[in-house]
Design a protein. Sequence first.
Length: 561
Amino acid sequence: MSIAFTSWPPELAEHYRQKGYWTDVPMTDILTRHQQNPTDHLALICGERSWTYRQLEHDAERLAASLLQLGVQPGDTALVHLPNVAEFYITFFALMKLGVVPVNALFSHNQHELTVYAEQIRPTLAIVSSGHHLFRQSTFAQTLSEQVTSLKFCLVDGDADFGYSLAAAIAGTLMPCHAFSSQAKKAVSWPELNASDVAFFQLSGGSTGTPKLIPRTHNDYYYSVRASAEICRLDSDTVYLCALPAPHNYTLSSPGALGVFYAGGTVVLAAEPSPMTCFPLIQSHQITMAALVPSAVTLWLQAAADDRSALSSLQWLQVGGAHLGESLARRIYPKLGCHLQQVFGMAEGLVNYTRFEDSEWHVLHTQGRPISDDDEIRIVDENGDDVPRGTPGALLTRGPYTFRGYYNSPEHNRVAFDKDGFYRSGDVVVMTEDGYLMVVGRDKDQINRGGEKVAAEEVENQLLAVPEITQAALVAMPDSVMGEKSCAFIVTTNPKLKPLTIRKHLRMRGIADYKLPDRIEKVDALPMTHVGKIDKKALRQRIANLLKKQSQPQPEKDVLS
Ligand code: AMP
Ligand code: DBH
């Protein structure tokens, strides 16, 4: 049984096949294509552990076989919540092989997000890590399985006194039986996969009250991976650093780990993107390419000012996920000694890259151009009319790897798409005369906190659930490192209500830490627009002015007063 989702109209699907974008080959091919000429070439490095292409495929097969034995079935769904560890990819390929469709939650997600995702996909299986506070004991897994009754199996990476051991499932020792003698292995028959089916759900940064899921098919996602690998000129010599969260669309597919696996290169995992973690990895594994968000670039530049000797193998630095200022962009080559590639993408589909042959102006000032000749771009004004090139407008898009509807969200889909199936990205962009995009703003109610997206409405709902808060509005405020942080304006019946207490409440409600308001401002009333909506523009202005005032040196106090 496959997952129901909104697919492309048949004439477009036909066109994408004719153009060779959709090859009807499932994404399991990303690993299996290397098995014909097995080499000892490393696919993956995680701490002291490493995997050749053969070993990675082997582990994915064994995990898939273990899951089959447990009773997991093709068409089931899975909730995956793992940090940047090799098991994330082993799980990804194992589930794919079985036709089990996962949501790969970010490791920074908490019980609120996991519950919302589980309620949407009704998983049979959860694969989690005891390295996360939620799964140190069985309490949350137990609660989740009572709330989401489809949940039958929990596999845990790391020590735990509940669920099944993920390590044992990968080693093939989960069941005290025959399982992995070579005869038994031959007996396992994998389900026939249909590349038009949903392969997994990608996460939307979103702007709505409830986080939305993006169905990605084998056909559409594999195309974006192959094309990205080609644009980024990956090959078996590529050594790629994955230091941002592994499930993110950027690090998974732009070209990300999947692009590197496709090309036969090596992925090196880092727990997080700080220079302290990454520089030694770059040096010891001779990493050639890394993907960062702008806030991490700032830290790398600071660290490299002292010593950049560890970076000598690094040829390309991708930067995306949030606005990269020109002055930061300019410092990358002289200070880090590697070339910059700007990436502007979205989990919903469309990805843009500056190309290696592009002029310095394009690389420093634009966020690139789309992957595909068949990425259709519309840039429109408030009336939905196309604007001329060079004029800012809202970006709409459709194409061979841009989805056609959020999972199970008919109402939201009516506003998220236009009548021709173009997705309203919520980005305000300018297109140059030669077809490059510059992201100049946003018309979605979202805060881009150093590449981590926070949907204002989701946090406002949580704030309104705090006793004594009667109104709430979350807006972006400028921040010199993160680009943006979040500021909540609240109206409360208790003048003594402290920001600390509010944060405590939000934590108890289980939202991810990065969604907690960075600043909370109490006001008597929220400003309204003439149509009766909260005037967020005025609030953004108010907090920006306040920050400016606070950063200015205060006039010296008169000693006598
Ligand atoms: P998400 O929905 O979480 O996949 O986030 C995608 C959004 O991130 C885009 O719609 C943009 O708003 C933002 N974004 C991604 N890359 C860039 C970039 N290079 N410059 C500015 N904004 C970006
Ligand atoms: O921010 C993003 O979502 C993003 C950034 C760069 C993305 O999805 C991508 C590349 O594919």
